[in-house]
Design a protein around this ligand. Structure first.
Ligand code: GRF
Length: 205
């Protein structure tokens, strides 16, 4: 069993998929903390519903929020094994990323390295994919480094979008795949099956 800290800014459907798989015994991981830059969001509603510690974080002083450096202390105290960005819209500070190297992962709703980088989040991604007339899209789970959507790729899943009529339709299809891919990768970490080689990342069967 590994301990997770999950960052989310939005509705938290990826957090929900992790929680449901964890509660049903299909994922050997426990969500210890949910962190957001917002004081109210779907992810926090989930945390409340399931009695999970929730924390608001801010890089400027904000009432009721803690700093990223305080958060780092908490990660150590709570023995966090893996930090999961599940729809977190802020960039993490370099110190956190460096101090937890290879322990921070993100899910991105496209096939990186295409359609990533600053500003490429949410519907912006799917609109760009649609307007390029891409025939496939998908989801990517990757390590987080200090550049947006740049870290090494751990796993990807493709989705056929050749008949998609709108960016919204692409978003819906990709999200379904995300809900399977992220718990799959977390389970691989739990099983010590994510191998970081000097050349590439390998996920063992
Ligand atoms: C997902 O599409 C994820 O890939 C992206 O942000 C979205 C979060 O959705 N990083 P949700 O809040 O988990 O529903």
């Amino acid at each position: 069993m590994i301990n997770l800290a999950v960052f989310a800014s939005g509705k938290g459907s990826n957090l929900n998929s992790i929680l449901q798989k964890s509660f049903s015994g299909n994922l050997n991981a426990k969500v210890e903390i949910v962190i957001s830059n917002r004081t109210q969001c779907g992810a926090f509603e989930l945390a409340d519903r399931y009695g999970i510690k929730k924390i608001t974080v801010s890089d400027s002083e904000k009432e009721g929020a803690i700093s990223y450096s305080e958060l780092e202390v908490l990660f150590t105290e709570r023995e966090i094994d893996l930090i999961v960005l599940a729809g977190y819209l802020k960039k993490l500070p370099e110190s956190l990323v460096n101090n937890f190297k290879n322990k921070v992962i993100n899910i991105h709703p496209a096939l990186l390295p295409s359609f990533g980088g600053k500003g490429m989040y949410g519907m912006n991604v799917h609109t760009a994919v649609f307007s390029k007339s891409c025939q496939v899209s998908g989801a990517t789970v990757h390590f987080v480094d200090n550049i947006y959507d740049n870290g090494k790729i751990i796993a990807q899943r493709c989705v056929d979008i050749s008949d998609a009529e709108s960016p919204e339709e692409i978003a819906q299809r990709v999200l379904e795949v995300e809900h399977e891919l992220l718990p799959y990768v977390i389970q691989k970490f739990s099983d010590n099956k994510v191998i970081i080689g000097s050349d590439r990342v390998r996920v063992l069967n």
